[in-house]
Design a protein around this ligand. Structure first.
Ligand SMILES: [Zn+2]
Ligand SMILES: [Zn+2]
Length: 316
């Protein structure tokens, strides 16, 4: 469990935004939007801790079995999401995205949700399950922007995924279960061992080199030196070094065309502030994209065990 309070996290975020805004003034609109979203995430995590029932009830041994089989621990588990608490977060995310530049595209998504044309509980579960296909199909059927619907749901559900992985991997008042520690140490994949998403970036405090999940915030070590995404050999990787004599800051993979940022941070970033560090390192994204590299779409781990019928349209 995080030892930080909402107030201390907000202070830290504000200090970082001030630094980013000073060094990169063109990011001011992105910072303004992020301030709204991150503030909401901080309060959501605070409210979700100690939720009853827990978001996911999974025994450590079962989780370790799944990890050893290469399956992210939270995948396909029955989920108890507090829909009444999360619904307003989705709607406000739509409002913020509308005000932050998405305009009518985001307002139409909100309108569709307000009219009840998308079942909120099913949408949230599909997001938790990382079922981008179901959400895309539903959005296309409703004539709204799939990316905005996906992002608005993800912003609301991410805090619940974080609390779920913490409950399992780092339970409050107890050490991580030995079976899970062992299975995590053996996890060979570039996708997250809890939810199956790609990392937002790697961070390198004390040379510990860990990847950080872009959705649920888990930190894990990469066992193999090759590409995080496609598993390609290290010879496929090129280091992106923005300043001469500086440490390499990103890896570019010629095999799959994706890049991964490695941020030189003094300590692991709290979950709530991962987007802030992602934004702070925007110049690296710009450089990588200029060189023709991109962030990959979600890994395809096969269909989820559960199909949210209200989100997926049977007529499609
Ligand atoms: Zn994850
Ligand atoms: Zn690759």
């Amino acid at each position: 469990m995080t030892t930080q309070t909402p107030a201390s996290l907000l202070d830290r975020a504000e200090a970082r935004w001030t630094e980013i805004g000073t060094s990169q003034p063109d990011l001011a609109p992105a910072i303004a939007l992020q301030r709204l979203l991150v503030t909401r995430t901080i309060h959501a995590v605070d409210r979700l801790y100690g939720a009853d029932p827990p978001v996911v009830s999974l025994e450590p041994e079962q989780a370790a079995d799944k990890l050893r089989a290469g399956t992210p621990a939270l995948r396909g588990e029955p989920v108890a999401l507090p829909v009444a608490m999360l619904r307003p977060l989705v709607l406000r995310a739509c409002d913020d995205l509308a005000a932050g530049g998405a305009g009518d595209v985001a307002r139409r998504v909100r309108g569709c949700l307000d009219e009840g044309r998308i079942d909120m509980g099913s949408l949230l579960i599909a997001s938790f399950d990382r079922n981008q296909n179901a959400i895309r199909i539903k959005a296309v059927h409703e004539g709204i922007a799939p990316d905005v619907l996906w992002l608005a749901a993800e912003l609301a559900v991410g805090p619940a995924a974080y609390v779920a992985q913490q409950t399992l991997f780092a339970p409050a008042g107890a050490g991580t279960h030995l079976a899970i520690t062992d299975a995590l140490a053996q996890w060979p994949h570039g996708y997250c061992p809890a939810c199956g998403s790609w990392p937002a970036f790697g961070e390198d405090p004390d040379r510990s080199r860990q990847l950080r999940c872009s959705f649920c915030g888990v930190g894990w070590r990469l066992r193999d030196p090759g590409c995080t995404y496609c598993g390609g050999a290290p010879s496929h990787l090129t280091a992106l070094t923005p300043e001469p004599d500086a440490a390499p800051r990103a890896e570019l993979c010629s095999g799959c065309g994706a890049y991964l940022k490695w941020l030189d941070l003094p300590e692991p970033t709290p979950f709530e502030l991962l987007p802030v560090e992602d934004l702070a390192s925007t110049p690296l994204d710009v450089l990588a994209v200029q060189k023709g590299f991109g962030r990959p779409s979600l890994p395809d781990l096969g269909g989820p065990e559960r199909h949210p019928c209200h989100v997926e349209d049977p007529a499609q």
